[in-house]
Design a protein around this ligand. Structure first.
Ligand code: ATP
Length: 351
C-alpha cells in the first residue's frame, strides 16, 4: 500500500498558500516525519491526508485508490493532536474504547482491545481515572492508545510530544519508536524539531514554504543535504556555511584557501559540519588561521567558536581542546571529503 500526495495545492480563504505543488509518496509500514519550520505546511499536509482539510488542487492516493473526496470516517486513519483532545467527562477506559464503539465493535471485543492496548502503553492502572487526573505524559499515552486501539492503517501525529518536559519527551520518543517496530503501523509524524525527526523517522520529508525540499533517510539528509536550507536546518550546531569563490581549484573566502579540485569555478557557498573540521597543529593544505572566540563545554564534546575576518565557524572537538583560550590563534583544517557546496543563488546542492 502506497500513500501519495500528488501535486497538492492548498490556498486558504484569506489567500494564504499553505501547500504548493506538494508531492510525496511513501510505503506502508514506514515512520514518515514531516519536518519544517513554523508555517511550512506540515499540519496542513497531515490534515489533508486525514481528510480534515480539502485540497484546492491535486489528489491524495492510498493503495492505488484516489481518496481525495473520501470522508474522514471512511479512511482507516487516526490522529493524535498536540493537545490530545481527550473527552474530559469520560474515564480513560471510555476514551480509549470510543473509536471501537463508534465503529460498532462488540462489547467483549472492545474490552479485550482496550486492555491489550492499555497494557502496551503501560497505562492499565489508569483506566478508571478521568483525563484531568492525569499528568501530561499519561494523557499523551491515553491519546496514543485511543489512536491505535482500532488498528488503523495510518496513525497521524501532529507535534504529539511538544507539551511534555524535556526528559519525558525523550522517553516517549523511544517508546514511539518501539511501538512502531512492534506494530508495523504506518506513522506520519509532524514536528519542527530536527532531532526528533532524525531519531524517529525511517524517512524525513523536509518542507519549506509549502514545498517538499528533500525526502530521504535521516542519514542521507544529514550527509547529503539537497539545499543550503536543509544543511543549516538539520544538525546542531548547524553546518558551517561560508560564502566564497572557487578559483584555480581552490575555494577562497578572505584569507581562507581550501582545495576544491574538480568543482565548477565561480561564486559558491561551502558547507562543513562542525565535527568534520579539526584543529590542526600546523599550517597545511586545506587549513586556515582562525582566532578562538568562545569555547563551550558540551560534554563529552567541546564546541569551539572561531573567527577569521567576517567568517565565523564552529568546530566540534574532543575534550583535549579545553585548553584553548579565547584570543588564541589556531589552524583549522577543512578535509576535502567532508565539504559540501551549494549554489549561492538557488541554494541547491552542487553534486
Ligand atoms: P506550525 O509548526 O507552526 O504548526 P506548519 O508547518 O504545521 O506550522 P501549517 O499549520 O500547515 O504550518 O500552516 C501553513 C500556512 O498556512 C501558515 O502560513 C498558516 O498561517 C496558514 N494557515 C493554516 N491554517 C490556516 C487557515 N485555516 N486559514 C488561513 N491560513 C491558514
Amino acid at each position: 500500500m502506497t500513500v501519495e500526495f500528488k501535486d497538492i495545492r492548498k490556498a486558504f480563504a484569506d489567500g494564504t498558500i499553505a501547500l504548493d505543488r506538494f508531492n510525496l509518496a511513501f510505503d506502508e509500514g514506514e515512520f514518515i516525519v514531516l519536518l519544517g519550520p513554523s508555517g511550512s505546511g506540515k499540519t496542513t499536509a497531515c490534515r489533508i491526508l486525514a481528510g480534515l482539510e480539502e485540497p484546492s488542487g491535486g489528489s491524495v492516493w492510498v493503495g492505488g485508490r484516489d481518496i481525495t473526496n473520501l470522508p474522514p470516517r471512511h479512511r482507516r486513519m487516526s490522529m493524535v493532536f498536540q493537545n490530545y483532545a481527550l473527552y474530559g467527562h469520560r474515564s480513560v477506559y471510555d476514551n480509549i474504547a470510543y473509536p471501537l464503539k463508534v465503529r460498532g465493535a462488540e462489547r467483549s471485543q472492545i474490552d479485550g482491545r482496550v486492555r491489550e492496548t492499555a497494557a502496551m502503553l503501560d497505562i492499565s492502572a489508569l483506566l478508571d481515572k478521568r483525563p484531568r487526573q492525569l499528568s501530561g505524559g499519561e494523557a499523551q499515552r491515553v491519546a496514543v492508545a485511543r489512536a491505535l486501539v482500532w488498528q488503523p492503517e495510518i496513525c497521524l501525529m501532529d507535534e504529539p510530544l511538544s507539551n511534555l518536559d524535556a526528559l519525558l519527551r525523550l522517553q516517549t520518543r523511544t517508546e514511539l519508536k518501539r511501538l512502531h517496530f512492534e506494530l508495523g503501523t504506518t506513522f506520519v509524524f509532524v514536528t519542527h524539531d530536527q532531532e526528533e525527526a532524525m531519531t524517529l523517522g525511517t524517512r524525513i520529508a523536509v518542507l519549506r514554504e509549502g514545498r517538499l525540499v528533500q525526502f530521504d533517510t535521516p542519514r542521507e539528509i544529514y550527509r547529503k543535504p539537497a539545499t543550503r536550507f536543509v544543511a543549516e536546518f538539520i544538525g546542531r550546531p548547524a553546518m558551517n556555511t561560508i560564502d566564497g569563490v572557487i578559483r584555480d581549484g581552490q575555494f577562497r573566502a578572505g584569507p581562507l584557501s581550501v582545495p576544491a579540485a574538480g568543482r565548477p569555478e565561480g561564486p559558491v557557498v561551502m558547507g562543513a559540519r562542525p565535527e568534520e573540521l579539526a584543529i590542526a597543529d600546523a599550517q597545511g593544505p586545506g587549513a586556515g588561521l582562525f582566532t578562538v572566540d568562545v569555547v563551550e563545554q558540551v560534554e563529552p564534546d567541546t564546541l569551539i567558536f572561531l573567527k577569521n575576518g567576517d567568517t565565523e565557524i564552529v568546530v566540534r572537538a574532543l575534550r583535549e581542546a579545553e585548553e584553548l583560550a579565547p584570543g588564541a590563534q589556531v589552524q583549522v583544517r577543512f578535509p576535502e571529503d567532508g565539504l559540501h557546496f551549494f549554489d549561492p543563488e538557488t541554494g541547491e546542492r552542487i553534486p
